[in-house]
Design a protein around this ligand. Structure first.
Ligand SMILES: *Cc1c(COP(=O)(O)O)cnc(C)c1O
Length: 251
């Protein structure tokens, strides 16, 4: 299947899942997870109607951005962000999904102050409690959001999570429910400068479930571009190999 056909299928599935929870298809934002995908294939995806690019590694993203910056696309950063990459990520990112600690929020704020601008961010929560995943622990999320909200260059617009890698749908749903619950608490608390809009959850294997659980932003790679050659362990660094992780999470 071509990228175009895949994209159309994904959009159909999104629309169906959205309909099941009484939402319109356009209420669900599709971020194309483009790690390992070369610029020409990304360009093809943009020409086929993809509007948002989600990259995981700053250096990889910068190289692609050089080639694709004139395309009509938004750039989201969805991977783990090292503090020393803040300056570079701000060269291309329109939104960062993976703010998961105060030191990172602080560094982003410092740099944004220098550049005299603000940035849309999401706070990443580790709802699966897997060591191999980044993100603030669910019980620490509200406190992080409150503290990060004091940096007025950071527009906190929602939450992001990666669901548990498992075939057990109940466990996957649990992750998404946890994120939605935290979202609700943040809204209810009415924290100054925090305007919750996005629940970024769901990937190729679980986006329909995520939408049923309230996602309005999904990040999809494999279902659009096909399987990757580079192991995901490279993008989600940990001591564990993919095989270990697969064992651990019942795949
Ligand atoms: C790779 C990646 C995705 C998409 O994964 P697929 O299973 O290929 O759809 C989504 N979110 C993040 C953070 C990723 O790194």
């Amino acid at each position: 299947m071509s990228i175009k056909e895949n994209l159309e299928q994904v959009k159909k599935n999104i629309a169906n899942a959205a309909a099941r929870v009484g939402k319109k298809p356009e209420e669900i934002i599709l971020v194309m997870a483009t790690k390992t995908v070369d610029p020409e294939r990304i360009r093809e995806a943009i020409k086929s109607g993809g509007r948002i690019i989600g990259e995981n590694k700053v250096q990889e993203a910068l190289k692609k951005y050089e080639v694709l910056k004139d395309e009509d696309a938004e750039w989201h950063f969805i991977g783990h962000l090292q503090t020393n990459k803040v300056k570079d990520v701000l060269k291309f990112a329109d939104m960062i999904h993976s703010v998961d600690r105060l030191s990172l929020a602080e560094k982003l704020d410092q740099r944004l102050q220098q550049e005299g601008r603000s940035l849309d961010i999401l706070v990443q929560v580790n709802t699966s409690h897997e060591e191999s995943k980044y993100g603030v622990a669910p019980e620490e999320a509200i406190s992080l959001i409150k503290q990060a909200s004091r940096y007025d260059t950071l527009k906190i617009h929602g939450l992001m999570t990666i669901g548990l890698f498992t075939k057990d749908e109940v466990k996957i749903r649990k992750c998404f429910k946890v994120l939605k619950e935290i979202y609700g608490v943040v809204v209810k608390e009415g924290i100054d400068r925090v305007h919750m809009k996005y629940l970024s959850m769901g990937m190729s294997g679980d986006y329909q479930i995520a939408i049923e659980e309230g996602a309005n932003m999904v990040r999809i790679g494999t279902a659009i571009f096909g399987a990757r050659n580079t192991p995901d362990a490279y993008y989600w660094p940990s001591e564990k190999t993919d095989a270990d992780r697969a064992k651990q999470s019942d795949f």
